[in-house]
Design a binder for this molecule. Structure first.
Ligand code: AP5
Length: 216
């Protein structure tokens, strides 16, 4: 299975991609996570990416395409791969087509929800500094406030989850990424899943869509 999880910031792509890839033993390739790791490591890519991420904009295509090409060449991607947050522009989608010459994509799962839901989810999100697990202060609260259920690490709020940056990310999504909905529709790869439901319901809809696409 080679699938893209597409959708606006905060809709739950990362939450769903982590669960689906773990269940099936597929690689979870999140450009947001890879870029945050590069920022934390203060690598040249991280130093370049940070200014765009802090402002809520997109990191330049050539930077993101390079890290995705490198990641896809690793052996664990051979069993299956879920791309989370990539592609985000038509140029990235075209680069992905070239990188996946052998058979291309099986599905693009477009998870969607309204801005009010997205803003609530992003402003309440908390992430574990140690293992990256994602929580929400209301809908997925940790058992012990401020601490990760999985490893006991400290939970923090992402810098780009402040209200002003959230609004800019939503604008950037509409301006630069939403065009991919039509791009994949005409290629008959797009399956839309309503994201404004409970995590388990969204998960069931995604599993059903992936199973159907695997048969075609
Ligand atoms: P990235 O990390 O990819 O950010 P994003 O796309 O904005 O997505 P998010 O991680 O914010 O949200 P999500 O949809 O994964 O939601 P989540 O599951 O966490 O990218 C960050 C930045 O990196 C970008 O702004 C850009 O600068 C750069 N970048 C990354 N990729 C790039 C690319 N390809 N090109 C250029 N630049 C790139 O859920 C959100 C919250 O909601 C959580 O708290 C969760 O617990 C909760 N939640 C999830 N589902 C539900 C549900 N069904 N019900 C209730 N709560 C839920």
């Amino acid at each position: 299975m080679k699938a893209v999880f597409l959708g606006p910031p905060g809709v739950g792509k990362g939450t769903q991609a982590a669960q689906v890839s773990q269940r099936h033993g597929w690689a979870h390739v999140s450009t947001g996570d890879m870029l945050r790791e590069a920022v934390a490591a203060k690598s040249p890519v991280g130093l370049e990416a940070k200014k765009y991420m802090d402002a809520g904009g997109l990191v330049p295509d050539e930077v993101v395409i390079r890290i995705v090409e490198q990641r896809l060449s690793r052996p664990d991607c051979g069993r299956g791969v879920i791309l989370d947050g990539f592609p985000r522009t038509v140029a990235q989608a075209e680069a992905l087509e070239k990188a996946l010459e052998n058979g291309g994509l099986d599905a693009v799962i477009f998870v969607n929800a309204g801005d009010d839901v997205l803003i609530r989810r992003l402003s309440g999100r908390r992430v574990c500094r140690a293992c990256g697990a994602v929580f929400h202060v209301e809908t997925m609260a940790p058992k012990n406030k401020g601490l990760c259920d999985k490893c006991g690490g400290e939970l923090y709020q992402r810098d780009d989850d402040r209200e002003q940056t959230i609004r800019e990310r939503l604008r950037v999504y509409k301006r630069q990424t939403a065009a991919l909905i039509d791009y994949y529709k005409v290629r008959d790869l797009l399956v839309e899943v309503a994201g404004d439901r409970e995590i388990r319901e969204v998960q069931a809809a995604i599993e059903k869509a992936l199973t159907e696409r695997a048969r075609t």
